[in-house]
Write a protein that binds this ligand. Structure first.
Ligand SMILES: Nc1ncnc2c1ncn2[C@@H]1O[C@H](COP(=O)(O)OP(=O)(O)OP(=O)(O)O)[C@@H](O)[C@H]1O
Ligand SMILES: [Mg+2]
Length: 305
């Protein structure tokens, strides 16, 4: 599993928790390396189908139990681009973490390509909210990290290929602190993809970028996705971002987190920012916005907490 995340300032180092997550990634990749060859991931068109069945997650807090998500049932086809959209606290990250094996559900099960998810593995590349590139490694070494741990015979060549895919081959020798927030995110995406995971999980990866960079990153992500056809589950609060990127949007409701609607985005691909002028965009936007607003108002009015 590969981890990256939210933008940090130029001189900042990633938070301890994010580096710890990378240490976990290292451990998991070493374990994956010792798996029999047939279990090693190799992205092909038909890989990355996700089935979430009756999943509920409860957390214990100060002796009390809170239900983060309840009775979630979702099927995502291999290669589909899906968004989890909902107000803060509705359980988007929890559900994403269940798919990635970072959170064990209290009830229910998640399967990827028919295999039950029990723990993090190289099946999923993850782009976290928090930036977690290793600050002491160059961009090239950060991207080579996963392939190296998986025992790839030419990890640097793989890393160069994926850095080129995100347009950063000229920055191979740069350290994360020498890159802008947008560049760090691109290195992170390259890093997550370099292990060729059937599934890419992204938790608000562009949330801290300025509007222009964010828009460019969205287009870049779609280009990469159309090339690799990895299944993507993308968490966002942003209705426009969800519509622009996705084949399907799962709109989540609050307290407990649930799937309120499963909306198919029938807009043509490839998509450009002009998609907002296409027929159907406006009504789709209004429909999704209304659902999100209802949920947000519940929190605002104190109907739920
Ligand atoms: N480790 C944890 N321990 C206790 N409660 C948790 C834990 N993780 C999440 N929660 C709770 O579960 C609920 C869902 O949290 P989650 O982070 O999944 O929401 P989210 O939709 O991703 O929110 P945001 O948009 O703010 O990131 C919240 O009420 C949160 O407080
Ligand atoms: Mg979250």
């Amino acid at each position: 599993m590969s981890f990256i995340g939210k933008r940090h300032g130029l001189a900042e180092t990633p938070p301890v928790a994010a580096v710890a997550a990378n240490a976990l990634a290292l451990q998991r990749l070493k374990e994956t390396r010792s798996m029999p060859a047939r279990q090693l991931p190799a992205t092909r068109a038909a890989q990355g189908a996700i089935r979430i069945e009756n999943v509920s997650v409860e957390f214990k807090r100060n002796g009390a139990t809170s239900i983060a998500v309840k009775d979630i049932n979702i099927e995502i086809a291999a290669g589909e681009f899906t968004a989890l959209l909902g107000p803060s606290g509705c359980g988007k990250s929890t559900l994403l973490n269940v798919i990635g094996g970072m959170v064990r559900p209290t009830r229910g099960e998640t399967c990827i390509d028919g295999m039950a998810v029990r723990e993090p593995s190289a099946t999923c590349g993850v782009v976290f909210q928090q930036h977690s590139l290793f600050p002491w490694m160059t961009a090239l070494d950060n991207v080579a990290f996963g392939p190296r741990m998986l025992g790839h015979e030419a990890p640097l060549a793989v890393a160069r290929e994926f850095l080129a895919m995100v347009g950063l081959e000229k920055f191979a020798r740069a350290y994360p602190a020498q890159l802008s927030g947008g560049m760090q995110q691109r290195v992170g995406i390259a890093r997550a993809l370099a292990i060729r995971p059937p599934v890419l999980l992204m938790d608000e990866p562009f949330g801290a970028l300025d509007a222009q960079t964010r828009s460019i990153m969205q287009e870049e992500l779609l280009k990469i996705w159309s090339e690799l056809k990895t299944t993507v589950v993308f968490v966002t609060h942003d209705v426009d971002e969800a519509i622009f990127l996705s084949d399907r949007i799962f709109v989540m409701g609050n307290a407990p987190g649930c799937i309120k609607d499963d909306i198919r985005v029938g807009l043509d691909r490839p998509r450009t920012p002009e998609v907002v002028q296409s027929p159907g965009y406006g009504s789709l936007h209004r429909r999704v916005n209304r659902l999100i607003r209802e949920e947000s108002m519940k929190v605002f009015n104190g109907t739920v907490n």
